[in-house]
Design a protein around this ligand. Structure first.
Ligand SMILES: *Cc1c(COP(=O)(O)O)cnc(C)c1O
Length: 231
């Protein structure tokens, strides 16, 4: 049995230590449990421990999650790749999308959200590591992309998201996080205040991310254990 509440408390403690090292206020850092592939009971455990928002990486999983958990006061946050033809699921079920990685997706979402009469908070995903396997806007193209997304009335750009390279090279990981933070500064220079959310840091690198300014760490394995494989 995985001790979800115990893991959450332990990780929260490590976030507080990382904040202390960086001279930051721990209340600025959200711990977003990533429940992908885990049973609904895992979400129930985290909900009982006081967590309300849960990261899911597959749009197709959102309707069944919502259905299984109607009795809980929780929100589902989409964090993974979204094909344009899944925009409707995001518009219907996601409280936020952290992985907005193309203008086509932004426009598809805008149409769906307009139809539903709702606005969606989004983070623009940036490929800070330059790895081909990762999606997101290139850092050089991010400002221009955000300018186009800001025109869309039903998308509310709250900040930026990235995934660092999966590597032991902590300098490379820090560089990726610093790139995201530098882009936030440039966005504020161009468009004014806001863009407050920097979603960066996963199980292997969240303490570095907090030291580098993360306001949202997305944690799966450290909270819920290794993921069951998809059947
Ligand atoms: C799976 C996933 C996570 C969590 O990964 P862990 O290493 O298990 O903490 C975070 N962000 C995204 C986008 C993911 O797909």
């Amino acid at each position: 049995m995985v001790d979800v509440a115990g893991n959450l408390a332990a990780v929260r403690g490590r976030i507080e230590l990382a904040c202390a090292r960086a001279g930051r206020d721990p209340s600025e850092v959200e711990l977003l449990p990533v429940s992908k592939m885990h049973a609904a009971s895992a979400i129930r455990d985290a909900s009982a421990a006081g967590y309300r928002r849960f990261g899911e990486n597959r749009p197709q999983a959102l309707p069944s999650r919502a259905e299984e958990l109607t009795d809980l006061d929780i929100e589902l946050v989409a964090i993974g790749r979204v094909q344009t033809n899944k925009a409707k699921l995001i518009a219907q079920y996601a409280a936020e999308l952290q992985s907005l990685d193309s203008l086509d997706l932004a426009r598809a979402l805008e149409r769906r959200l307009d139809g539903l009469g709702r606005r969606l908070p989004v983070l623009v995903q940036v490929n800070t590591s330059g790895e081909d396997a990762k999606t997101g806007f290139a850092p050089e193209g991010t400002l221009a992309a955000v300018a186009e997304i800001l025109v869309l009335e039903h998308l509310d750009v709250r900040g930026l998201m990235t995934m660092a390279a999966n590597t032991d090279d902590s300098d490379a990981i820090r560089r990726a996080f610093r790139t995201l933070r530098a882009l936030q500064t440039r966005l504020r220079d161009a468009h004014g205040d806001g863009f407050d959310t920097l979603s960066m840091g996963m199980s292997g690198d969240y303490e570095l991310a907090v030291e580098e300014g993360s306001t949202c760490v997305r944690l799966g394995t450290t909270i819920f254990g290794t993921r069951p494989q998809r059947a």
